[in-house]
Design a binder for this molecule. Structure first.
Ligand code: IPM
Ligand code: MN
Length: 352
């Protein structure tokens, strides 16, 4: 792993615009603090896939694994590739092949006025979701039998391994311990999914005994969605499986001000890891300079935090909060700025 080199993959739709905006912030920090980060651009996206039939060239995954510290990724998805083949190859490909088992998705309200919940404040909407990122329904095991007939059968397996479940649960407890969070909530649906649920709950209880100072509790995922909306302040750290994590993190993004501001990390601690805004490629907004760059900017901050540049990451977050407080934002947050101008406002508020 090369500690300085970052692969930049803008992707499709609004991806290139928000990544360009994020890079104005990242490059400013890189220059000002002399971090020496080297940004290497890769044009893997739908255009390239449609032109060449190749989503990611042979050897690219090994190159990323061996020669980069992180991947900074925009978004994938294009109406001309309805099966999302290139997205599956690149995004899910990296998650699986680089074994990025931690999907880290903080839910942190940046300004009280952005919360869709009545009378909830920044103090009350501040928790972290850890989504298992290499197993579950995403492994693609299953099949279709008698396709197209009235006897058709489709089976989609949900896979949990002891190793996979244990390492994400342990990561959640370690994070709680390192950051002074009080509790870890494990969420699943073990009243119905008896086998996977049994493994998750047993593992959770066992790992919890190693962290006696951290409270732990279990919640069914349907109840979790309700409580995230009713009493978000009851959560510090939530850990859940791949599919439930996908669903509840969109809800989490809405609680913190919308998909436009949410960041995420796909992490294997100590190895090359991938950072992407939670939002998708939003093709209908592409090229219009309207997309909110904050998700991409906070994603850059999260990447810096992962690389050990905590004070630089904090400086970016403070600048984002200052820009929001000043109303210097895109439309979705009530401002009047375009993508580029909203990023410039954040740069202006950077105190380095
Ligand atoms: C996400 C996205 C992806 C997922 C899609 C694009 C495959 O929704 O990162 O949350 O389901 O993981
Ligand atoms: Mn999702």
């Amino acid at each position: 792993m090369n500690r300085q080199r970052i692969a930049v993959v803008p992707g499709d739709g609004i991806g290139p615009e928000v990544i360009a905006a994020g890079l104005t912030v990242l490059e400013r920090v890189n220059d000002e603090r002399k971090l020496g980060l080297e940004l290497v651009h890769f044009g893997w996206n739908a255009d390239e896939y449609l032109r060449t039939g190749i989503s990611m060239p042979p050897g690219a995954m090994d190159d990323i694994r061996d020669n980069y510290a992180a991947v900074y990724l925009g978004a994938f998805g294009d109406p001309r590739v309805p099966d999302m083949k290139h997205a599956a190859d690149i995004l899910l490909g990296m998650r699986f092949q680089l074994d990025l088992y931690v999907n880290y998705r903080p839910v942190k309200l940046l300004n009280d006025r952005l919360c869709p919940l009545k009378e909830k404040t920044r103090q009350q909407v501040d928790f972290v979701i850890f989504r298992e990122n290499t197993e579950g329904a995403y492994v693609g095991m299953g099949g279709i039998f008698k396709k197209g007939t009235s006897d058709e059968i489709a089976v989609q397996e949900d896979v949990s391994t002891r190793k996979g479940v244990e390492r994400i649960i342990r990561h959640a407890f370690e994070f709680a311990k390192a950051t002074g969070r009080k509790s870890v909530c494990m969420s699943d649906k073990n009243n119905v999914m008896r086998f996977g649920g049994d493994l998750w709950l047993r593992t959770f209880e066992e790992v919890a005994t190693e962290y006696p100072d951290i409270e732990h509790f279990h919640m069914f995922v349907d109840a979790l969605t309700m409580q995230m909306v009713r009493v978000p302040e009851m959560f510090d750290v939530i850990v859940t499986n791949n599919m439930f994590g996908d669903i509840v993190t969109d809800l989490g993004a809405a609680l913190q001000g919308g998909l436009g501001v949410a960041a995420s990390g796909n992490i294997h601690p100590g190895r090359v890891s991938l950072f992407e805004p939670i939002h998708g490629s939003a093709p209908k907004y592409a090229g219009k300079d309207v997309a909110n760059p904050i998700g991409a900017v906070l994603t850059a901050a999260m990447m810096l935090e992962y690389l050990g540049y905590q004070s630089e990451a904090d400086a970016i977050e403070h600048a984002v909060v200052a820009a929001i407080d000043a109303g210097e934002t895109t439309n979705d947050l009530g401002g009047t700025l375009g993508t580029k101008a909203a990023a410039a406002a954040i740069v202006k508020h950077l105190a380095l």
